[in-house]
Write a protein that binds this ligand. Sequence first.
Ligand SMILES: CC(C)(COP(=O)(O)OP(=O)(O)OC[C@H]1O[C@@H](n2cnc3c(N)ncnc32)[C@H](O)[C@@H]1OP(=O)(O)O)[C@@H](O)C(=O)NCCC(=O)NCCS
Length: 171
Amino acid sequence: METKTRQPKLEVEQLPPREGENIIIERWEYMKDFKSFFPMLKEMLAAIYGSAQRGLKIYSERYDAINYYKHYRATPNSYLLIAKNKRGEPIGFLYARRKKNHTYLYDIYVKPAYRRQGVARKLIQTLEKWAGGPIRADTHDGALEAFKKMGFKVLKEYLEDGIKWYLIEKE
Ligand SMILES: CC(C)(COP(=O)(O)OP(=O)(O)OC[C@H]1O[C@@H](n2cnc3c(N)ncnc32)[C@H](O)[C@@H]1OP(=O)(O)O)[C@@H](O)C(=O)NCCC(=O)NCCS
């Protein structure tokens, strides 16, 4: 018997040009380009855990996340949003899942050359539009100020893996 899984339709959001660049946000229904994606994931982990190697170890051993991303297939509740520049190259991403009462943001990253141009803000606004709020995440000192400027409030602070984490929420 043929089983059909409901695939979310491909959605694309246009970012108003800022700093002379057109950025689009896409929702991927599967891992289309692991070669471009993996360096971004590694750099995000380096920013959080101090070294990419340490972050990759935690992400693989504890969450099997590298494997998950490599073989990613969207479900109606999962959101892998990719920001692309005008040449169609991925320059940032977020991954989130819609839960019962909130959307949980697991990962977010923007390439250094594209930071402070509103890309993360647009990724999060797009997530809010497509998955619904409130949005929750756990973040670290390196990204807390940016999240606060985007309207997130700290609900809790805790230590794990020698890192100070903040549970944050945007209503
Ligand atoms: C955190 C991160 C995703 C922000 O991306 P970004 O595209 O530069 O963010 P935006 O340009 O959309 O900025 C949103 C707001 O945060 C502010 N902001 C961004 N980075 C900031 C920083 N390092 N310190 C203080 N404020 C910052 C921006 O000025 C903007 O506020 P404004 O509109 O009031 O000026 C990016 O710095 C990053 O990828 N960091 C490394 C990975 C990481 O730590 N991810 C979080 C894992 S939990």
